[in-house]
Design a protein around this ligand. Structure first.
Ligand code: 0A1
Ligand code: ZN
Length: 879
């Protein structure tokens, strides 16, 4: 395999920019094929910079003009290369540079820079897309004030938007063109620049900030979709209020606009005052969006809005600091969702996501620290580690410092670093200073990759009435980091007495223990609790207080006790998951050996007990009833994984639950039906979640169950129920599924976001014919290579969410994904590279599949002309 020659970027090589740009004036003349961009940069040498040439990044640009202080630059005064424009020995004083470029938005299939999506001009500049619009020092530590004039044919783009506040508009005399001028007073890096032009519909509102300023809010969507914006708009207003209440942060412009586009590489983008969204995370109506869609919309609207302070007002010095804005903003959106929905259920969902994505990433060849130290392609570092583990680090900080200490640190951070490009050291330094606590050892969490493994063993001494708890930590090697130092791990805990109550007056001499928290700092800690009249059951890592893998010497009896009694809802749920995991791991081993699996009958009774407990929130009960996924079990097994055996175990256990808990599930199914009109609120969603989880289990119990699912599908008056019915049918591979799928297609054939669901459901069917089905769907007239949502719905879902069929023993699943990825790599490398991350766990597979996956990866790696994005992923995967 020819090694990819892309240079490695290193954190240790960071140097400040040689030149600063204080102001930028941009002038766009939009045209589908030939957009003209004039850029005027007010440049000055950086007093703290290294001096030398002025290097401007640029990619796929046609340079049409170049002037310094109004005079054209001689050919000898600059150098134009494939990816940069160098002004050699510029003046050692402030000067003005005028640059003309021409770009072709319609040919931009990478969806980075300025592109057209369904006839709408839009931009995506993070991380390095601005250089595809004009020549610029495209790095986050160059902050400038932007004024943007946009001109277009009025019929082509009646709506013209950019960052900041609108300051002018009009028609261009004697032409069919018009223009708009926007000014953003807040200095920002180029990755936060945005422009939108198109024939868009608008839904508007206003928001009055805590200090009484009125902000005009607008959501722009393709015409005809305006009636699907209400929920996003309400979520935006909730987010704005929450940031004031929880963090004291007010919005700072006269307008806040959101634009929804249908072709977008990621979820959404926090451009200052002009967020651009994948329309999947804006558009919702009861008939087209599920409860999960609604919850995602609320969380992502919040996330992008919260970036206004954590990301925009204070940005990152360099891309190694990405978690400075992303981990912190994810933490903020998770806290928001916890406050406006159910905190316990939110936490369970967040931990499920963390384990499903980040733990898997951390255990494989793509593992990297929350703050990486090298990269070849920064686009590949928008990862679960930077985002989700990054958020866990903030949560631990809050746990360690307490709510007041955390808030004091945040306030200092906002005060001190507002308007600047900061580092993780700046951020952590604020908490150390505000609380007087040294946090040097906490930095290890940012430096060391890998999921720490904590073992806990407890021993009760009846005679001495003591309970001795020993905690130990290790962290497995990860790429480039063979050994690790112990990290500070906050372990929230309680000891439960025989009645299930938390023992309140715990006595111990250990300095590691305070207020329901053990701070494990070294490799090993021994804690003795005295004066305990009976053996307690420990409830450890409550609320999942640290992103670690905990192994405790708990018996099945202990877990059954916790499942019934633990006052921490997260640990109560975790106890059921741990029991189910034990059962499923044993069952898949039995199936692989040709033995009959066995069940612990008390597990079924415990499950039944929880599902029937009407005092508990239905959405919590739904979480308890949702077994660990097949991927969860594969991750727990960790080596020689046989996806078919795991699937067999899953089928077996689901069948048992469906049968043994039949009466209870049917009762839940009946009782939780509602005649009320659909409402996406958390309470309604919780009831549907419980009922639909029950339905999924009922459907596996025979023909009557299938009929229930079919009726459920047909009678549904909202998309949540319709999808629950349909997926119950497809999961069973029932003959009825095909008719229902056809019906679904006919109902929603004109609705792209709903059709994505149709593609995904089929991609995740477990029958042996799924590969043929997916192959056929790739040729379906509704399939499209240019729409990332559609690609992810079909190929992404097949690769990431169909463990048995992607990991077919004959390697055909890998070949299909490899072939497809090579095809899409030519037009959209970012989407291709993301698909390839589905191979990240190939080394844990049993030998036959492992060899087949490796062969597919090697074929991709050897492919002539492979993009930098994909080459980076395959190379690291094979290392
Ligand atoms: N900053 C955005 C995510 C994002 C990242 C990269 C993109 O293009 C390569 C687009 C969006 C967020 O955290 O929401
Ligand atoms: Zn973000």
């Amino acid at each position: 395999m020819a090694k990819d020659q892309t240079p490695v970027v290193r954190l240790q090589d960071y140097a400040p920019p040689a030149y600063l740009v204080d102001r930028v004036e941009l002038d766009f003349r939009l045209d589908p094929q030939s957009t003209r961009v004039r850029s005027r940069l007010h440049v000055r040498p950086n007093p703290d910079g290294p001096g030398g040439d002025l290097v401007l990044d640029g990619e796929d640009l046609e340079l049409t003009a170049l002037e310094l202080d109004g005079a054209p630059l001689a050919g000898t005064a600059y150098k134009l290369d494939k990816d940069r424009l160098t002004i050699t020995t510029p003046p050692e004083r402030a000067f003005v540079l005028d640059i003309g470029t021409t770009i072709d938005p319609s040919a931009n299939t990478r969806l980075m820079g300025l592109y057209r999506s369904n006839g709408v001009y839009c931009t995506q500049c993070e991380a390095e897309g601005f250089r595809r619009i004009t020549f610029f020092p495209d790095r986050p530590d160059v902050l400038a004030v932007y004024t943007v004039r946009i001109e277009a044919r009025a019929s082509d783009a009646p709506v013209l938007l950019s960052n900041g506040n609108p300051v002018g508009s009009g028609v261009v005399a004697g032409s069919d063109r018009h223009y708009a001028v926007w000014h953003d007073p807040h200095p920002k890096p180029s990755y936060l620049f945005a422009l939108v032009g198109g024939d868009l519909g608008r839904v508007g509102d206003t928001f009055v900030t805590a200090s009484g300023r009125e902000v005009t809010l607008g959501i722009y969507v393709e015409k005809g979709k305006e009636d699907r914006c209400d929920y996003a708009l309400e979520a935006l207003k909730r987010s704005m209020r929450w940031d004031e209440d929880a963090f004291g942060r007010e919005y700072d412009l006269d307008v806040f606009n959101i634009v929804a586009v249908s072709d977008f590489n990621m979820g959404a983008m926090e451009n200052k005052g002009l967020n651009v969204f994948n329309d999947k995370y804006v558009l919702a109506s009861p008939e087209t969006a599920t409860d999960t869609d609604y919850a995602n919309i609320e969380a992502i609207i919040a996330h992008e809005y919260f970036h206004n302070w954590t990301g925009n007002r204070i940005t990152c010095r360099d891309w190694f600091q990405l978690c400075l804005k992303e981990g912190l903003t994810v933490f903020r959106d998770q806290e928001f969702s916890a406050d406006v929905r159910s905190r316990a259920v939110e936490r369970i969902g967040d931990v499920r996501t963390l384990k499903a994505h980040q733990f898997v990433e951390d255990a494989g060849p793509l593992a990297h620290p929350v703050r990486p130290e090298t990269y070849k392609e920064i686009n590949n570092f928008y990862t679960a580690t930077v985002y989700e583990k990054g958020a866990e680090l903030i949560r631990m900080l809050k746990t360690l410092l307490g709510a007041d200490g955390f808030r004091a640190g945040m306030d200092l951070y906002f005060d001190r670093h507002d308007g600047t490009a900061a580092t993780i050291e700046d951020f952590i330094g604020c908490f150390a200073e505000a609380t007087g606590r040294k946090l040097d050892d906490f930095m290890l969490w940012y430096h060391q990759a890998g999921t720490p493994e904590v073992t806990a063993s407890g021993r009760y001494d009846t005679a001495a009435r003591t309970y001795e708890l020993t905690l130990e930590q290790t962290c497995p090697p990860t790429p480039g980091q063979p050994t690790k130092q112990p990290m500070p791990i906050p372990i929230a805990f309680a000891l439960l007495g025989p009645d299930g109550d938390e023992i309140t007056d715990l006595k111990t001499e250990s300095p590691a223990v305070r207020d329901g928290l053990i701070e494990l700092t070294g490799t090993r800690e021994r804690i003795v609790f005295t004066d305990l009249p009976a053996k307690p059951v420990p409830s450890l890592l409550r609320g999942f207080s640290a992103p670690v893998k905990l192994t405790a010497n708990l018996t099945d009896d202990d877990l059954l006790f916790a499942a019934a009694e633990d006052s921490d809802p997260y640990n109560r749920w975790q106890a059921v998951q741990s029991l189910a995991t034990r059962i499923l791991i044993a069952a898949q081993a039995a199936i692989a050996d040709g033995r009959t699996p066995e069940i612990e009958p008390r597990f079924l009774r415990s499950l039944e007990h929880t599902v029937e407990a009407d005092a508990l929130d239905p959405s919590f009960r739904a979480q308890v009833l949702s077994l660990p996924s097949e991927s969860d079990i594969a991750r727990e097994i960790g080596r020689n994984v046989d996806p078919d055996a795991i699937h067999g175990a899953d089928q077996w256990l689901r069948g048992l639950i469906g049968g043994e808990l039949g009466a209870c599930l049917t009762d839940v199914y009946r009782r939780f039906g509602s005649n009320l009109p659909y409402s996406p609120d958390a309470a309604g969603a919780g009831r549907r979640a419980l009922r639909n989880t029950a339905l999924g289990l009922i459907a596996g119990t025979g023909q009557a169950g299938i009929e229930t699912a079919e009726q459920h599908y047909r009678n549904a008056d909202n998309m949540t129920d319709r999808m629950a019915g349909l997926s119950a049918l497809t999961r069973q591979g029932a003959p009825e599924a095909d008719a229902a799928l056809d019906d679904f297609f006919e109902r929603y054939r004109t609705d792209p976001l709903v059709l994505d669901k149709w593609f995904s459901l089929q991609a995740t069917m477990t029958g042996a014919d799924t590969l043929d089905r997916v192959t056929a769907l790739m040729r379906h007239p509704a399939f499209s290579l240019s729409n990332p949502n559609r690609v992810r719905a079909l190929v992404g879902a097949f690769a990431a969410a169909n463990p048995t069929q992607f990991n077919r023993a004959d390697g055909a699943g890998y070949r299909l994904v490899a072939d497809f990825t090579l095809e899409i790599d030519r037009s959209n490398p970012q989407v291709a590279a993301r698909l390839l991350s589905a191979f990240r766990s190939w080394r844990v597979l049993e030998p036959v599949r492992r060899a087949a996956a490796e062969a597919a990866l090697r074929r991709i790696a050897g492919h002539e002309g492979l993009s930098r994005d994909s080459a980076d992923i395959v190379e690291r995967s094979l290392d």
